[in-house]
Design a protein around this ligand. Structure first.
Ligand code: 5GP
Length: 208
């Protein structure tokens, strides 16, 4: 069976990865979402197992030791990681999966899944990025400063990605990402096994 696509949506803090990813999942109900594990505390309204698997540092450490994580990274004082088996099972079932993760983790995924699709979400401007981080309202002053300085470093990672999508408007960013996913499904490399199978069938029918 043809494997599903592994899609990584990444980019600097505050660029709107979470918002774009939620909107995309509403539009593409067949797209499977990888729920990450984290040691950060739940924000108001966040549900364990839906938004994240909330873990203690000890539990997270055990997941690392057991090789349960496809990648993990420390981000602004907390650990975040992608449970491995769910991702592998999903793509082996032929379903597409999306990981919404920060840039260090995305690089680690790239080294393990070079065939993945790596999309970098860009802010329309630096001013807009700063204002998005400040107005999120869930962060302390220290956390805002730290997230902004991390975001500036993270912009440099663009070169490691396949696609850059500007998040000027959520609906437009979603449309662009959907276009990328559609195009990736039509790469000739994915079609070659199907054509090969067709030709083999024709030749074996001719011979019999
Ligand atoms: P937040 O605390 O705002 O939910 O997430 C902080 C950052 O961690 C975001 O950039 C988010 O994309 C990233 N993140 C969420 N889950 C994972 C994960 O499993 N691995 C990595 N490397 N980053 C993640």
């Amino acid at each position: 069976m043809e494997k599903g696509l592994l899609i990584v949506l990444s980019g600097p803090s505050g660029v709107g990865k979470g918002t774009v990813c939620s909107a995309l999942r509403k539009d593409m109900t067949e797209l499977v979402y990888s729920v990450s594990a984290t040691t950060r505390s739940p924000r108001a309204g966040e549900i364990d197992g839906v938004n994240y698997f909330f873990k203690t540092r000890e539990q997270f450490q055990r997941m690392i030791e057991n090789d349960d994580l496809l990648e993990w990274a420390e981000y602004v004082g907390n650990y975040y990681g992608t449970p491995r088996s769910f991702v592998e099972e999903t793509i082996n079932q032929g379903k597409d999966i999306i990981l919404e993760i920060e840039v260090q983790g995305a690089l680690k995924v790239r080294s393990k899944f070079p065939g993945g699709i790596f999309i970098f979400l860009m802010p329309p401007s630096l001013e807009e990025l700063q204002s998005r981080i400040e107005t999120r309202g869930t962060e302390t002053d220290d956390s805002i400063r730290s997230r902004m300085s991390t975001a500036l470093d993270e912009l440099k990672y663009l070169e490691h990605y396949d696609y850059a999508v500007v998040n000027d408007q959520v609906e437009l960013a979603c449309e662009r990402i959907q276009a990328i996913i559609t195009a990736e499904h039509h790469r000739k490399d994915r079609m070659l096994p199907i054509i090969k199978e067709m030709l083999e069938k024709v030749y074996s029918e001719k011979q019999s």
